[in-house]
Design a protein around this ligand. Structure first.
Ligand SMILES: [Zn+2]
Length: 571
């Protein structure tokens, strides 16, 4: 490819909206261009990277036993009504009506469609195991698209689905997909760690996310340095401070003038935070939800959503609290009627707590679960934080930020039961198939690869996904012999099978051209200039290396091949 004709421009400075290195470099290198919030065009160099990542995914999914298919983006809304997700994913579904006023969605994921396919293709246990995948465009109406390619509304995803006769067989498919993911991210130059994850709107039992740990990631991960436990904050468990047994004492009202927060209460009454009961207010489906949690803990909204099966759950502000007749700062589940109460399981084991009295400037001492109040839902809804004891070994957990590259789920029979996808087992009985699903955001791997492989000058593409093998720079094109020599090298490298980006632009300084070569980040740089010709040929240097070597023009392809092979590139 000749840069004089390249359908993209490099930028000296990143546009102001880009605040992470991967987003800034993507725009500066002219790899992609935003059309609307969270909607991007890929330009030639960026698209080559996407195609390479897709090809690596294809090879590894095929190797894991996957079969590539292609399902439609346009999906009948009835399918989504049948699975229950027309409601539970309502806030992100892109919907439309056709000319006959039939409802459709543009698929954000394909569980419904693949189960429909399964029903039409599979009848018997003999037809399984099955692992199918596709690489396709998805649509999600995200509230706040951000972070370049990390949170977008239209994106390329590899989604795979497995169908098995039982959970053991699912585990084999799951492990095969997991192993494929490790190889895929490795080949794409993105180091990832699998972490336990919340299944969210997809549903199912176990799930893990593959995270690239970086401070610019939007997810918070809890890691145990003691035993290796790793989980997304949404999912992470922790050991809670256990209080010694105490006999319940008599309920006692105390005046707490002006004390509204746990901090103020703790100081005023001289009790530790874990001896208090905190009230937090949410709203789900228009009704208030009273959440009671020990004062030393915070609410994990993902866990709360799951416990209540309320995807639309939202925190209430002070006005919302008043609207529902609750007393912010002194609210309590004691004597409360007509409001749904959810308790963190810590509250059950903690005797004689301080809690609100449901009137201003007053609290109760010695509040005990069971005697003074109860909850309609009791669950672990607490947030693990840095320093919380590891749920497995008790070592204080550490926090890191991460970029999510992929997600694997053991769905089980959630979808096959709802959509009645059964097979006939060996005894002739109908059974729901056991499903798994496995996603990789191709654009996220693209962003992750840039984030994991750059320096202050630009991108350093991992050879496996580099858009071009060689960046050929010609300097002083008006000087004798330069154009001919550069054209010769360009032709020879291509004849030898290398992809070459040829900076043949005239009237640009060496500085500008070298800056662009650093920014664009091909693994191998070849420079032809009056100086290199005088020294006997062309200069070779790899992107992250310091020293250049001069190689005779005719030897450039062979030497380039050796350098690229040493860098780990596959031709
Ligand atoms: Zn641990």
């Amino acid at each position: 490819m000749r840069m004089s004709h390249l359908f993209a421009k490099t930028l000296r400075q990143a546009p102001a909206e880009a605040d992470t290195p991967n987003h800034q470099l993507m725009l500066r290198a002219g790899l992609a261009q935003q059309l609307a919030a969270g909607v991007y065009s890929y330009l030639p160099v960026g698209w080559r990277v996407m195609r390479k990542i897709e090809q690596i995914i294809r090879e590894e999914m095929d190797r894991a036993g996957g079969q590539e298919i292609m399902m439609p983006a346009i999906q009948p809304a009835e399918l989504w009504a049948d699975s229950g997700r027309l409601a539970t994913m309502a806030d992100v579904l892109v919907r439309f009506q056709d000319r006959r006023e039939r409802d459709f969605v543009l698929g954000p994921t394909h569980e419904e469609v693949v189960v429909d396919l399964f029903k039409r293709q599979v009848q018997s246990y003999r037809d399984m195991p099955i692992l199918v995948y596709q690489i396709q465009t998805k649509f999600r109406d995200e509230a706040r698209p951000r972070g370049g390619l990390m949170r977008v509304r239209e994106f390329t995803m590899k989604d795979a689905y497995s169908f098995d006769t039982d959970w053991d067989a699912l585990d084999a498919n799951y492990q095969a997909a997991r192993a494929a993911y490790t190889r895929i991210f490795d080949r794409c130059g993105v180091p990832t760690v699998p972490v336990l994850a919340d299944s969210g709107a997809i549903g199912g039992k176990d799930s893990e996310e593959f995270m690239y740990l970086t401070e610019v990631g939007e997810d918070m991960i809890l890691l145990c340095p003691g035993c290796g436990y790793a989980a997304n904050e949404e999912k992470a468990d922790h050991k809670k401070h256990e209080l010694p047994f105490e006999e319940p004492r008599a309920l006692e009202e105390v005046a707490t003038p002006g004390r509204k927060t746990i901090e103020q209460l703790v100081e005023f009454l001289g009790v530790p935070p874990y001896k208090t009961l905190k009230a937090v207010f949410y709203e789900a489906d228009g009704a208030p939800v009273f959440v009671a949690i020990r004062g030393d803990l915070e609410v994990n909204e993902a866990k709360l959503r799951n416990a209540l099966k309320a995807p639309g759950l939202a925190l209430l502000d002070d006005e919302g609290v008043r609207k529902h007749g609750l007393v912010a700062g002194s609210a309590s589940p004691v004597g409360l009627t007509g409001v749904r109460v959810v308790a963190d399981d810590s509250a059950l084991q903690s005797p004689n707590l301080v809690a609100g009295a449901n009137k201003h400037d007053a609290h109760y001492r010695n509040v005990n679960y069971g005697r003074d109040w109860t909850a309609s839902v009791v669950a672990d809804i607490s947030l693990a934080r840095a320093g919380s004891p590891c749920p497995r070994c008790g070592t204080p957990l550490e926090t890191r930020r991460g970029m999510e590259m992929g997600h694997v789920f053991k769905l089980g029979t959630v979808y096959t039961e709802r959509l009645q996808a059964s097979y006939t087992d060996e005894a002739g009985a109908l059974q729901p198939a056991v499903m798994g699903c496995y996603g990789i955001g191709v654009g996220r791997v693209f962003a992750g690869a840039i984030e994991a492989n750059h320096d202050e000058r630009g991108i350093i593409w991992p050879p496996g996904i580099a858009p071009y093998d060689v960046h050929l720079t010609a300097l002083g094109l008006d000087k004798p012999g330069v154009r001919e020599s550069a054209e010769q090298v360009y032709r020879q490298l291509q004849d030898a099978g290398y992809a070459v980006l040829f900076d043949d632009r005239e009237d640009l300084s060496a500085g500008v051209k070298f800056n662009d070569a650093d920014l664009l980040g091909m693994p191998l740089r070849v420079t032809v200039s009056p100086r290199s010709i005088e020294s006997g040929g062309a200069e070779l240097k790899h992107r992250s290396g310091k020293d250049a070597e001069v190689v005779a023009l005719a030897d450039v392809p062979a030497r380039a091949g050796a350098v690229l092979a040493a860098l780990g590139s596959r031709k």
